[in-house]
Design a protein around this ligand. Structure first.
Ligand code: HPA
Ligand code: ZN
Length: 340
């Protein structure tokens, strides 16, 4: 297919790209949730898959988180986490995602009596199998739940130290309102002392000041979401000047009512301001789709041209923590597709 016939959306769907914002617990599809519940002898608080699907009618971040934590209860064994990871990687690679940086929420599992060792053993087994089958590379990012205390984050970090070989970075997620980044300053100082980068969800539902705090106090190297930066020109200019990548999740923002429709999304404004924007799926099992579903929804709203998609693809690879040789290879493949 040449550029003459390749549409912008075909190009975007087919280009090699990285996913930098996906929560593994948010990839739990209803059929797998029920299969795992059966395997583990549990009952989910929904009659069937249809009832679970019907519950995905969110009004804000918290209404989603309540369901997300309820469904995570199906995950009990290393095999469960491995199956979950492999199912996500299968879908990601089908969308030409060549590299994925994947969040997990250990506190959600340890609080239910599932040991961290079990979670990591399973996620690692799934990652190994995905790499073997499809060549897809991954990084694992341990997220602290911000609705819990900093002491809880610090003790989670302590218990994660034996598994640092499997953990490439640390993040901050869950309920943003009233849980500012500054609450976790000591935990992220410890993360840096352990030689790992930090990222943080900020400016999804929280104000632009939370983005500045994540940068200044947590030394976050990327901002997850960050869309509310458009409300403060100084924050917007800073993100652009410092080349801080935003991991934007368009379908998530619409499904959680951050914007009423995709046409209201600020992604074009962020691009216009020169911010290093990337496109991601966040919790694809809950928000209506994976990487290329996000691409198609953006295209339907904004009709981006091929150069814009190529920029978004390059941004995702450049902002990733992949090996330099891999980045070079994927960037070259992207340019080759552009010229084909
Ligand atoms: N925001 C905050 N916490 C989360 C999200 C999100 O979009 N997804 C899973 N945990
Ligand atoms: Zn997220």
């Amino acid at each position: 297919m040449s550029l003459v016939t390749m549409s912008a959306v075909d190009f975007a769907c087919r280009m090699p790209k990285a996913e930098l914002h996906v929560h593994i617990e948010g990839t739990l599809e209803p059929d797998l949730a029920f299969a795992l519940a059966r395997r583990n002898g549990l009952t989910l608080p929904f009659r069937d898959e249809e009832a679970l699907r019907a519950a995905k009618n969110f009004t804000d971040l918290q209404s989603f988180l309540d369901l997300y934590y309820a469904c995570a209860d199906a995950l009990r064994t290393a095999e469960d986490f491995s199956d979950l990871m492999l199912a996500y990687l299968a879908r990601a690679q089908a969308d030409h995602v060549v590299h994925a940086e994947i969040f997990f929420d250990p506190q959600t599992h340890t609080a239910r009596g599932v040991p961290l060792a079990v979670v990591i053993e399973g996620l690692d087994a799934g990652r190994r199998e995905g790499k073997k089958r499809w060549g897809i590379t991954t990084r694992l990012i341990l997220c602290f739940l911000r609705h819990l205390s900093e002491e809880d984050a610090l003790s989670t970090l302590k218990s994660a130290e034996p598994f640092l070989a499997s953990i490439d970075g640390f993040g901050l997620d869950s309920s943003e309102r009233d849980h500012p980044p500054r609450k976790f300053e000591r935990a992220f100082a410890r993360v840096r002392a352990l030689g790992r980068p930090g990222v943080a969800h900020a400016g999804e539902e929280g104000p632009p000041a939370y983005i500045s705090e994540a940068l200044d106090l947590l030394k976050a190297v990327r901002i997850d979401h960050g869309v509310r930066a458009v409300e403060d020109p100084r924050v917007l200019r800073r993100l652009a000047a410092e080349g801080i990548a935003l991991t934007v999740c368009p379908l998530s923002n619409v499904r959680l009512c951050v914007y009423p429709t995709m046409a209201d999304h600020v992604l074009p404004q962020l691009l216009e301001a020169g911010v290093k924007v990337t496109v991601n799926s966040d919790d694809p099992a809950y928000f209506g789709g994976y990487m290329n579903d996000n691409i198609r929804a953006l295209q339907a709203a904004f009709d981006f041209d091929i150069p814009t998609w190529a920029l978004l693809g390059r941004n995702s690879i450049e902002a990733s923590w992949a090996a330099p040789a891999d980045k070079k290879r994927w960037l070259l493949a992207l340019e080759n597709l552009l010229r084909s």
